[in-house]
Design a protein. Structure first.
Lengths: 118, 359
């Protein structure tokens, strides 16, 4: 799992999808095939978010680079699941940083999915 | 009683639908057998004779036009295969005469194989044929695995491990095959750009979106219970171009949107009866980023728009074509989008593109 690092003020937990999950992300549900958004959220991401959620000075950084690419259904399923379980969108966007230097549009898409989820 | 989660509910709905469709299919097969006028034994003998020597049996010769290309002339290809289908529906054997074809791309080749290996198309009637005289097309037939699919008694495997130059036929409940897509990407990058770096490409996402699209739009409302797609990543040795074709023979994008709308809303159903649907406009809306989906669930209906954005920003993806129902669209980097309406309906969805070396 990701490297934990602590700065003076806040604890940062990192998840690197390429290293911690797969190089080849799939589609939405487990029933769609391997490495789905549902699988990533349930097996990798949820526990990490739980860790940072209740602590005041902690943040989760999700590194998206290094994989072959992401389908819209993968990204939207992860976003929807986060909102469903953690509800507070503002806090979600404060606590979780999605990072992609290669393609910032992916990050934009995730933020859009989070904001669109009722 | 335990409350059903939304996912569980959706899963149960999908399961019930699959079961229901399977039962309808079984009933149809039984009915077809019951109503068959020609004795089965007689049909079997005739089929055997036809496969041994087509001249001995009355059959239909389906002469292909010189240009047999789904990307440049979809109407004539659709009408060509439709004509053959008419004979096959009447249990008349068909001889596909492709001898004089001078233009045929990997996309039409894939479509041809998908059709002649589909039970609904051939209707348990034997088919025979020849291959084009054109040497380049002949090479494609050979390298793309034509003989593996057409030689009787040689059943092909569902997934082929060689991801390039060989037709891959997937018949699986898991419609999305990320590892296979990854292998294909790496091989294509090696062939076209001579690099092992798979990061600098967009077409992995396109492949996954295509596979997911099959689940969303191919078999909806049809009698099939498994999802089928075909993929060919054909490497041209002389040009270094990798030609991709992704195909399913489902109901097509626009038809599935209509079916779903019709099921959900009475107003939409009435509207459909009065105002004919404009698939061209629907696709334009999708390209513009307006969500076109049947479901009210969030995060749905972005797949095609994702593909559109990726293709528009990638200089190495050329001749990107979407063919579905009566629509053919061409999009690409630095080019004006072209969306045309065809005369004939293409049953299913086809994506085609060429990965070209950087200049």
């Amino acid at each position: 799992m990701g490297v934990n690092s602590e700065t003076m003020n806040e604890e940062i937990i990192e998840v690197n999808i390429a290293k911690d999950f797969t190089l080849t992300p799939g589609a939405r549900y487990r029933t769609d095939g391997k490495f789905s958004g549902e699988e990533f959220y349930e097996d990798v991401l949820k526990a990490r978010i739980d860790e940072v959620w209740s602590k005041d000075n902690s943040k989760l950084i999700v590194y998206l680079d290094g994989t072959y690419g992401y389908a819209s259904s993968f990204l939207s399923e992860v976003s929807i699941r986060i909102v469903k379980d953690f509800i507070d969108k503002k806090k979600i966007l404060e606590k979780i940083n999605f990072v992609s230097e290669k393609d910032p549009l992916i990050v934009e898409a995730i933020v859009k999915f989070i904001n669109e989820t009722p | 009683m335990r409350k059903l989660t939304e996912e569980r509910k959706q899963f149960l709905i999908r399961y019930a639908r699959r079961k229901h469709l399977h039962e309808i299919k079984r009933r149809l097969v039984r009915k077809r057998k019951r109503l068959s006028k020609i004795p089965i034994k007689k049909i079997e003998n005739r089929n055997k004779k036809f496969l041994d020597d087509p001249k001995k049996v009355e059959h239909f010769v389906s002469k292909a036009p010189n240009i047999l290309s789904l990307t440049s002339d979809p109407d004539s290809v659709i009408s060509y295969f439709r004509q053959a289908k008419k004979s096959l529906s009447k249990k008349v054997p068909v001889f596909f005469d492709l001898k004089d074809v001078t233009l045929m791309g990997p996309e039409t080749f894939t479509y041809f194989i998908a059709l002649i290996t589909e039970n609904d198309y051939v209707n348990t009637t034997p088919i025979q044929g020849n291959i084009p005289d054109d040497l380049k097309i002949r090479e494609m037939f050979k390298r793309a695995g034509f003989y593996k699919y057409v030689i009787p008694d040689k059943r092909f495997r569902d997934v082929d491990v060689d991801p390039l130059g060989t037709l891959i036929h997937i018949k699986t409940r898991n419609v999305v095959e990320p590892e296979l897509a990854g292998n294909i990407c790496s091989s294509a990058m090696k062939h076209t750009f001579n690099t092992d770096n798979f990061l600098d490409q967009n077409f992995y996402t396109i492949l996954i979106e295509c596979m997911a699209n099959t689940r969303n739009h191919s078999n909806y409302g049809e009698l099939g219970e498994v999802y089928d797609w075909w993929l060919l990543a054909y490497k041209e040795t002389d040009t270094k171009i990798t030609k991709f074709c992704f195909l399913d023979l489902g109901v097509g994008i626009f038809q599935s949107l209509l079916t779903k709308y019709a099921e959900d809303s009475l107003v939409e159903r009435l509207k459909q009866a009065v105002v004919p649907s404009n698939n061209r406009k629907t696709l334009e809306k999708i390209f513009q980023g307006k969500r076109e989906t049947s479901t009210t669930l969030p995060g749905r209906g972005y797949g095609l728009n994702f593909i559109y954005k990726l293709v528009k920003e990638d200089q190495t993806i050329k001749k990107f074509t979407i063919l579905s129902n009566n629509i053919i669209a061409n999009i690409g980097y630095n080019m004006v989008d072209s969306i045309k309406t065809n005369k004939h309906n293409f049953r299913g969805t086809m994506f085609y593109w060429e990965l070209t070396p950087k200049l």
